[in-house]
Design a protein around this ligand. Structure first.
Ligand code: UT7
Length: 332
């Protein structure tokens, strides 16, 4: 039997309208456009406003648009995986809610929580369902409403994050395109540097946890920065070596968008010229599981069939990794 690979055959993304600019942030906390641009590289981020709206309300329009764009009916979808750390609620899975909202019935659906590496973990999981030969159409969504867990009185974290969703359709192919290799890693001991203290089973919500502001992202920025730079660059160089890829073989690096300095370090380590690195952090900030599909979606018209892409991420957990794929279609 011919070997099946999973190929991305369509991509879509969705961001809310509201733009939170550095200027507005500098009225909320003691920060400045200059500091944020120099240290991180973000100009503005999108925020989902509205009572009762959650991550599924970011994922729904992204998936609905993907189905339209690829002429796929909801009934054809076999599996939908949602990568998120800001689920609508602890249970059921946000993937189930998205399926219900877009009319995907009789499909398997579940969430994956791997923070900023969530899209890569979910993409690889979905690819393996396709490679098994039993699943034909799989949707991978990366979606996070980070504004629901960001403390807008904490200047060390509130400039960093934004809300967004991105989604891809995966289908089987026997051509020389699609997802070829992956290296995905975790190290739970890194949790002390980046986590959410309360609201889980170890520390359920209480008056005390709310008073102590423990329902917001806790990050020791400098420590996470050091791990992010070395691990994201190492794993990207490692996947190149493993597959005998030279810098000239790579059309695009698609890095997780957390900090422009981390992105630059990864590109340099891989020997890539800056014009081969996808960047849109300035417009959206760190949208956690959504950064990678959001980035590819914005560059979609510049991608050609056969282009080699390296996707790379680092995030809470710690989680990190890279995926090597060949783009499956020309601009439409
Ligand atoms: O995607 C998930 C994984 N997360 C990451 O990859 C994030 C990794 N970390 C980072 O990107 C960076 O560490 C940050 C952007 C979070 C912080 O940048 P930094 O260059 O590491 O700054 P720092 O924490 O060392 O702080 C430098 C100074 C401090 O002042 P002093 O102690 O030197 O007087 C901070 O208090 O900058 C100060 N500072 C700010 N100043 C203005 C921290 N935040 C701000 C701010 N505006 N928003």
């Amino acid at each position: 039997m011919e070997k099946l690979r999973a190929a991305i055959t369509g991509i879509n993304a969705w961001v809310p309208e509201y733009r939170l600019t550095n200027q507005e942030l500098s009225k909320m906390v003691d920060t400045s456009d200059e500091w944020i641009m120099q240290r991180v590289g973000i100009k503005e981020r999108r925020i989902l406003k509205g009572e009762g709206l959650g991550t599924s309300d970011l994922g729904e329009p992204a998936v609905r648009g993907l189905l339209e764009k690829t002429n796929t009916s909801p009934g054809e979808i076999d599996l939908l995986i949602c990568a998120t750390i800001t689920p609508d609620m602890a249970f059921p899975a946000t993937a189930n809610v998205i399926c219900d909202k877009v009319g995907i019935k009789n499909a398997l659906s579940f969430d994956i929580g791997a923070a900023c590496s969530g899209f890569l973990f979910a993409l690889q999981t979905g690819a393996q369902y396709i490679e098994s030969g039993r699943y034909k159409k799989v949707i991978i969504v990366g979606a996070d409403k980070m504004s629901s867990i960001v403390d807008y009185t904490d200047r060390t974290t509130c400039p960093l994050f934004g809300d967004a969703a991105g989604a891809v359709l995966l289908e089987p192919t026997t051509e020389d395109v699609g997802i070829i290799d992956h290296i995905l890693r975790t190290d739970g001991s890194g949790r002390k540097y980046l986590h959410l203290k309360a609201g889980g089973s170890a520390k359920p919500s209480s008056h005390e946890t709310i008073d102590a502001r423990e329902h917001y992202v806790y990050q020791e920025g400098q420590s996470v920065f050091k791990f992010a730079v070395s691990n994201m660059a190492d794993v990207s160089a490692e996947i190149m070596e493993k597959n005998n890829l030279k810098p000239e073989d790579i059309a695009w690096l698609v890095p997780h968008q957390a900090n422009l300095r981390i992105i630059d370090a990864t590109g340099r380590r891989m020997g890539l010229s800056p014009e081969k690195v996808m960047i849109n952090i300035q417009n959206y900030g760190n949208t956690t599981a959504a950064t990678i599909p959001l980035c590819i979606w914005e560059y979609e018209n510049r991608l050609k069939k056969g282009d080699v892409l390296i996707l790379a991420a680092f995030g809470g957990g710690f989680t990190w990794g890279s995926i090597y794929l060949k783009w499956a279609y020309d601009p439409k």
